[in-house]
Design a protein around this ligand. Structure first.
Ligand SMILES: CC1=C(CCC(=O)O)c2cc3nc(cc4[nH]c(cc5[nH]c(cc1n2)c(C)c5CCC(=O)O)c(CCC(=O)O)c4C)C(CCC(=O)O)=C3C
Ligand SMILES: [Fe+2]
Length: 325
């Protein structure tokens, strides 16, 4: 009954000239101050205007495709290949009913609902001939997501000097507290799922380290509250408590894209250095074979009708207050 898989992602620039138009797409209609935008543009230019995220999507698709019976398409929210162009191509190719794998494991507006809106907008632009597109479920607790994170935590911990007072610090993208409050039918779904993932990854790591869930990559104007503490502030608090080394695991993400290589490998690592903390950043699933197989399994469980439904209701996961400009 399904005739294609559509990978849907955030998108990122691949040339210095792409950076500003990309950021304009990300922040259109959002309350992001110009100072913040200028700072983020600098982060991208630091890497020659190339975000790694598009190449990571290409590699994930190539890996899925290696042993898969449906054609795989790819469309982004914010940069080429844009979802609207891809869905139009799917229509031209005769696709009738596709499944969508979104490169975010969690619920909430930015991580889930906004992708549903992007898909709906792309279909609406085409009209009645647009293929139907059903999003695959949240996968925050799937072993194919949890186990690669857990292995990466173990590998990172092995790089730290033995005998220290170590702490496992999980991070995810901060969101406005109003967005967090509207996530899921009862609110708080984004944080609840992340806490579940953190507990599962910690357990599967077998390390028995004390752990925390904190936030990174805050955007928006200063007067709008976002989830806290920020990872950098948290490292300082840990140092003050006598912690000597940290493993930082970005469970909020599926690949080492710019929010990871800048906000963690550059900023948080710099903070740790200034504080005299040993620091090791754990990797993300990327193209780990278990993660690739998870995508195929999410499709298979949907085809056979046994997939767990997401908890979301029609009205949940709104954008939240203070985010609209
Ligand atoms: C929950 C969440 C995820 C995880 C779920 C998912 O993965 O989708 C995520 C992922 C990502 N966020 C990314 C980049 C950016 N996010 C921004 C801004 C924002 N993110 C938000 C939330 C999230 N973001 C929010 C509430 C805003 C404020 C504006 C708005 O209400 O939308 C901005 C604007 C500048 C700024 O940072 O201020 C940029 C450039 C990249 C690409 C990295 C690359 O290029 O490699 C990725 C994967
Ligand atoms: Fe973001």
């Amino acid at each position: 009954m399904y005739d294609a898989l559509l990978l849907v992602s955030f998108g990122g620039p691949e040339h210095p000239d792409d950076v500003l138009p990309f950021l304009a797409n990300v922040t259109r209609g959002r309350n992001v101050p110009p100072e913040r935008l200028a700072a983020v543009a600098e982060h991208y230019q630091h890497f020659g205007g190339v975000s790694p995220i598009n190449q990571q999507c290409r590699e994930l698709i190539a890996a899925i495709d290696r042993d898969f019976d449906l054609p795989v398409y790819w469309g982004n929210r914010n940069w080429h290949p844009l979802l609207a162009d891809t869905v139009s191509q799917m229509r031209d190719d005769g696709v009738r009913h596709a499944l969508a794998f979104v490169t975010s494991a969690y619920g909430g507006y930015s991580a889930c609902r906004q992708y549903l809106e992007d898909i709906a907008a792309a279909r609406a632009a085409i009209g009645p001939s647009a293929p139907m597109i059903d999003k695959l479920r949240h996968f925050h607790d799937h072993p194919g997501f949890v186990e690669p994170h857990a292995d990466a935590v173990r590998a990172a911990a092995a790089k730290l000097p033995a005998g220290g007072n170590l702490r496992l610090v999980f991070t995810a993208h901060s969101i406005p507290t109003s967005m967090a409050a509207s996530a899921g039918p009862e609110g708080g779904l984004y944080e609840a799922q992340l806490l579940q993932t953190a507990a599962l990854v910690s357990e599967a790591s077998g390390l028995d380290l004390p752990w925390d869930l904190v936030w990174q990559s805050r955007s928006g104007p200063p007067h709008v509250p976002w989830l806290e503490p920020d990872v950098n502030d948290h490292l300082e608090a840990l140092r003050d408590k006598g912690v000597t080394g940290v493993v930082v695991s970005p469970i909020g993400f599926v690949s080492d894209h710019l929010e990871v290589i800048w906000d963690l490998d550059n900023e948080a690592a710099g903070t740790a250095k200034r504080l005299g903390l040993d620091y090791a950043r754990a990797g993300t699933p990327g193209t780990d074979p278990r993660f690739v197989q998870m995508v195929r399994d999410l499709v298979a469980e949907r085809v056979s009708g046994v997939a767990r439904p997401d908890p979301c209701s029609a009205g949940c996961c709104s954008l939240g207050k203070g985010t609209r400009s």
